[in-house]
Each structure stands twice: as C-alpha cells, then as structure tokens.
Design a protein around this ligand. Structure first.
Ligand code: C6P
Length: 417
C-alpha cells in the first residue's frame, strides 16, 4: 500500500500553513518540497563536516571530500552509470545542458551540421543550442508534435540524417507529461552516428532511469525536482566522450598544472567542476535519492500518474475546460479554461489555497504549436492526495462559476489562448 499519510509526515512544510492558510501544493514540476531527512542532512553537513574539498590536508577536509565523492557514487548508482567519473555535479539541469552545448557543441559543430530538437523542449534545451548554432553555423531542426501530444516519430525518422550530429530531447515533457521513447530515438540516432542528449529533469522524479540501458550519451537532471536541494544538478556523460571534450568553465579544482599562459586539466569528473562545488547540496541530493528510492520510483510514478489521470478526467468534464495530455502521461496536467487567462485562473486557485503554475512553462515553441499563450498546470508528487485532487477540482469549478460570462462567451465563439 502507498501510505501517503505517512509520507506527508516526512515533509515539514506540508504540516504547516506557510501563509497562514491551507496549502494544496500542486507545483511539483517546478520544484518539490523537501523531506526532513534532506533538510537535516544539509544542516548536519555544516555542523559536522564543513570544509573545502580536494584541497585541505587535514582530517575535516578529507571527511568533506569523502562525503562529496560518496554523493557522486550514489548518483552514479541512481542512474546506473558505469562509474562516478561520468557524473558531473552542476547547479541544475540547465547548467548541465549548457555544459554539453559549450564544451561539445562549440568544439564539434560546423556549418551544415544539424542539431535535432523537438517542439516540446523546455527553453533549457533550446536556448543553449541557439547560442551554439549561432557561433558554429550548425542548423537546428525540430521533431513536431502530433495532435495526440506525442512526438511524430515518422517525422523524426525523416528529419534524422547523416547531417544530424546531436539529437537533444526531453524524456518527460514538463507541460504535457508526455513520456518520450528515448531508446528508440537513441537507436536511430546512433545508427547514423549522432549523439543523444536527454533532458531528464521531469523523468527522474517519476521513474527509474538506467542510462546504460537507454544508451544515452548525455543525461541531465536537477536535484530540486526530486526532493533534493536547489543549486545542485547532474550531468551524466559517457566517460569516453567527456574525456575528449574541452573544459566548460575554468578555475580552481579543474586543473592539473597551470602556468601563466596555459594549463592542463584534471581527470574526469573534476575537469568539469571549476571552483568550490555545492558540497551540502550534493550531500542533500544523496539523501534525497535514498529517500525516493526507499519508497520506490515505480510506486511514486504510479501514484502521481493516478492522481494526474483522475484530475485530467474530471477537469475535462467541467464545461470550458480543455486538458492537454497524451493518453499515457506522467504526473502533470496542463489545462485551460475558455475565455480566462491561465494567470487569472491560478490567482483564483491560490485564493483557495491551491498552488499551481500558470504561464508558458518555459516552453514557448510548444505553446505556439498548441495555439496558446499559457496553460494552467497542476503537477503531482508522492505526498499529494485524492483530497487534494478534489480541492483542485472544486477550485476550478469555483473559477468557472466566477468567470461564467467569459467562459460562456468563449464557448459560444471559441478563440484559443
Ligand atoms: N521546469 C517547470 O516549472 P532547472 O531550472 O535547470 O532546474 O530545470 C530546467 C528544466 C529543464 N527541463 C525541463 C523538462 C524542465 O521542466 C525544467 C524546469 C520547471 O516546468 C521550471 S521552468
């Protein structure tokens, strides 16, 4: 049995009324709440273990280094990576993708090369490639979205060619909840000699991920979306690729030898970690991974999906509400209320204590494809309950009543957005 009451007890913020009123927190795709074990581990690191890593020749510094490197080994196990040398700590998924864009992209891409993205990418997996394409002359192409909110695989096979050097795609969409068939993309890309980078920011919180089984070349995620602290993220890279790539950022800790006019670089993974890293963040992430795996990522994913499926089903039956979700999605439900801006909808929900996100969700090309400016988005996680789904539905029904004249007019003469 999935004991959601017990799980809720693990999250201090959920047992309080942070703004002096009820909180139904349904913005987990933006960031998750943190269990006490993670909060305590961060505090404990500063209380008992704080020193800089890889530098000090004293016991405390060695303990800090061991804690940091243990966290790296934990992430390697979590992703089923072949070893810790392919695990680079970054600030977040965004920085992980930028690392590949600047290091691999700037050194490898040339005019005529193609980077194949998709229409459902988060800006984090678009803008770095725009920057790199502008400097290298590489061309960006995008796999379109089908009407059923899945990627158009036939179009993917048409777009993929010997010119494609990289396929960069999201594992799970932060707007639609679509779960992309990464293995199929990888096989086809590798057959033509292209590499594959996967943005796993919305996947790792909801499903076990095995980077070797998927066959990906790069995989990025953020700690804060999986019960870990903000400020820590991960890039997994196939070690032989990382080995051949130039450093991304320069500074302390990433060097082997430095002269005034040149330097040589450290071994993996340190070559890609310039400056003092987020030590407590890495330790907090390790504990977060222990926590979610202790419950089981399959079970967490199934629970979030069950709540999202119910929310999607019942939201769709409210006149004027439209849901944007594939037949089998993750724990995310995007929706609109006809004639009402998503921000106004979210404001009414907030007054009812229901916290959702509204806007373009950093996926403007996708919004454009859907013919929308914004959606409201409820995103579920392991501590959400059936009662919270009901609170969401009740609040949306209330908004629909409040905005009834607008909704009715929009239903009569539909203009999306
Ligand atoms: N999406 C959302 O509310 P960072 O900011 O680097 O931790 O994560 C970026 C990111 C990358 N890819 C995907 C698929 C994402 O969903 C996100 C973050 C949040 O949807 C904040 S915009």
């Amino acid at each position: 049995m999935f004991d959601v009451d017990k799980i809720r007890g693990d999250f201090p913020l959920l047992s309080q009324s942070p703004q002096g009123r009820r909180l139904v927190y349904l913005d987990n795709a933006a960031t998750t709440q943190k269990p006490a074990v993670v909060i305590e581990a961060i505090g404990r690191f500063y209380e008992t273990c704080n020193a800089n890593v890889h530098r000090g020749a004293y016991a405390l510094a060695e303990a800090a280094t061991e804690a940091y490197e243990r966290a790296r080994r934990r992430v390697a196990r979590f992703l089923h990576a072949p070893g810790p040398e392919g695990i680079i700590f970054t600030r977040n998924a965004t920085e992980a993708i930028n690392l590949v864009a600047y290091s691999w992209g700037l050194s490898q891409l040339k005019p005529g090369d193609e980077i194949l993205l998709t229409e459902m990418e988060h800006h984090s997996n678009l803008v770095p490639w725009h920057l790199v394409a502008a400097r290298t002359g590489a061309r960006i192409r995008a796999v379109p979205l089908r009407e059923d909110y899945e990627l158009d695989l036939e179009a993917f096979y048409r777009l993929l060619s010997a010119r494609t050097r990289l396929v960069a795609l999201v594992h799970v969409s932060n707007v639609l909840g679509t779960i992309n068939p990464v293995r199929e993309f990888v096989q086809a890309a590798h057959d033509l000699g292209a590499l594959v980078l996967v943005d796993g920011a919305q996947a790792v919180p909801h499903m076990p991920v095995d980077v070797q089984e998927l066959g990906v070349d790069f995989y990025a995620f953020s700690g804060h979306k999986i019960c870990g602290p903000t400020g820590i993220g991960v890039l997994y890279g196939r070690p032989e690729l990382l080995e051949a790539m130039p450093p991304f950022l320069g500074g302390g800790d990433m060097i082997n030898e430095v002269w005034v006019d040149r330097s040589t670089y450290a071994e993996l993974p340190h070559k890609f970690e310039a400056g003092t890293p987020h030590l407590a963040g890495a330790v907090g992430l390790e504990v977060a991974l222990d926590y979610v795996e202790g419950i089981g990522l399959d079970r967490i994913g199934a629970w979030s999906r069950r709540l999202a499926d119910r929310a999607a089903r019942e939201l769709s039956s409210i006149p004027g509400v439209r849901v944007y979700r594939p037949r089998e999605g993750s724990g995310v439900v995007s929706f609109t209320l006809a004639g009402v801006h998503a921000h106004d909808l979210a404001t009414v929900l907030d007054a009812e204590g229901v916290a959702i996100r509204a806007g373009h969700h950093c996926a403007q090309p996708l919004m454009r494809r859907l013919g929308l400016q914004a959606t409201a988005r409820a995103s579920f996680y392991l501590y959400n309950t059936e009662e919270e789904v009901e609170a969401l539905l009740e609040a949306v029904r209330k908004a629909a009543r409040l905005f009834a004249p607008l909704v009715e007019r929009a239903i009569r003469s539909p203009v999306q957005g």
